[in-house]
Design a protein around this ligand. Sequence first.
Ligand code: SAJ
Length: 401
Amino acid sequence: MRACFMGLGYIGLPTAIIAAKHGIEIIGVDINPKVVEMTNQGKLHIIEPGMPELLQEVVSNGQLKASTKPENSDAYFMVVPTPFKGNHEPDTSYVEAATRAVIPLLKEGDLYVIESTSPVGTTDKMAELIFDLRPDLKDKLYIAYCPERVLPGNVIYELVHNDRVVGGMNEASTDKAIEFYSKFVQGTLHRTNCKTAEMCKLTENSSRDVQIAFANELSLICDKAGINVWELIKLANKHPRVNILQPGCGVGGHCIAVDPYFITADFPMESKIIATAREINNYKAFWCVEKVENAMLKFELAHHRKPTIAMMGLAFKPDIDDLREAPAKYITTKVMQSCNNADILIVEPNVKEHNVFKLTDYQEAYAKADIVVLLVAHTPFKSLPYDNKKVILDFCGIYKK
Ligand code: SAJ
């Protein structure tokens, strides 16, 4: 069997590699020639533990080949980004472009699957587009939506072991998609229709966003009330039916901070909690900036000199190098603009070099800083001794003080 993966990003490439490893011949397609070149050389262009070795193996034994153009296959997978536009409207243009690129290659009996997170109704729309341009294939294709659920950093395990939801346009399409995924997924493949599968992906990430917003709201309340939010949550979670998540400096990444807008854009009157959660999680980053600005002013008044501020962490969550939609990056940028009176040291231990931020070693920055701003709970930060001569703004619960 031959499968064509449209998009070799954080999800498309690992999925293509795992499928190749399970005996499927893969054509991996990306519009970026650099990604294609690297992939064909067996070099992974993303960071994911265990994946570089697997890529080398499947490229060298000819199971995976990358190209800038799709090639004739039996199954086609759309795994391209679905960002949002300025007004938080979902942008499905990459899914449409990838679909248009494979339409001339489709033949009777082929499987077409969308994996990209998509607004409800996208699979139906793409099916309409396909049949408009290829009326000869009406009722002769299998079309499904099957979202991914993997957590960056644990992708090899989760791609194989997570349960998945498979939503076909009809029962035969669901069967065909399940037949494909069961070649490498050991988790249960749950059957549904494509609309429910689309909404399920959005629901999973919106649910997490709402739960994090609750923790962030508690952190704002506790700050005013003079209560340690970390202790509060730990105690509340001792209740057998309470399980509150952790507050932080905001919500980042390309999923949880984005996907809820795919619901609020289409169902604005019905999605009040989802919309408010987004507002709270966005506001948390502004609040952190204000806290740093106030700490700087206080320091200047007390010491009659400008402080050295260490901004600890830029990634969107602990122990990764991914800075996409990272609130820590946003906060650092704002602090650099508004605290231009201070010496600002920027730390991100998972990134070697950055074209915008001049990075400093985390121990050096901590030692030099008057004000330490803990933005991301990276493991190395946890071994820094608490120094009560410094002003420590712990937004991510390193010290939980
Ligand atoms: N965060 C908190 N407090 C918490 C947990 C997370 O502030 O208690 C923050 C993180 O610091 C980060 C953001 O939330 O900024 C998102 O991190 P995450 O670990 O919750 O999720 P992602 O974006 O890495 O991956 C999510 C996962 N979805 C769910 O857990 C429902 C993953 O399974 C999905 O595959 C992925 O989105 C995706 O691709 O959609």
